[in-house]
Design a protein around this ligand. Sequence first.
Ligand code: ADP
Length: 164
Amino acid sequence: MRRCVCPGSFDPVTYGHLDVVERASGLYDEVVVAVLFNVSKKGLFDVDERMEILRDVTEHLGNVRIQSFEGLLVDFASQNDIPVVIRGLRAVTDFDYELSMAQMNHRLTGLETFFVATNPEYSYLSSSLVKEVASHGGDVSGLVPKVVLERLRERFGSESSAGA
Ligand code: ADP
């Protein structure tokens, strides 16, 4: 079985993430979306909630599994028999960090990283920007799934639009 992992924080998942997961889903037999559990970094949504949302928005794909992990991605990948990481590249600003991480992971266990060029429609989009805009009542509809809009509205009040 050809399996890959899409790792990240997904706090919260955006249409940019979903685009990468959907494309990976068409290329691999199974896609594991791995949510990083970081004790020292409390997110807006806790890891269980992020996983619940991810399950909801990837349900239509059929070959996507949602898991969480702690520690090194290479260890998670080895334990789950996954040889390839898929990461989205938004712009050159992502490149330095992504390249060094990919090279380190390859050095550690031989884990390969394949990069997907982000859909230009979402190349400026990040979870942190979505949170920033939503926290001030800006409209993030069209950038995140409806279930995320609803949960942002719960967190920040009725100003963040849940229209799309
Ligand atoms: P991390 O904290 O590891 O960067 P993220 O949840 O921000 O986790 O991102 C996880 C993955 O999704 C990364 O490969 C990242 O490049 C990709 N990604 C994030 N935002 C977008 C986007 N707008 N379009 C495509 N890929 C994205």
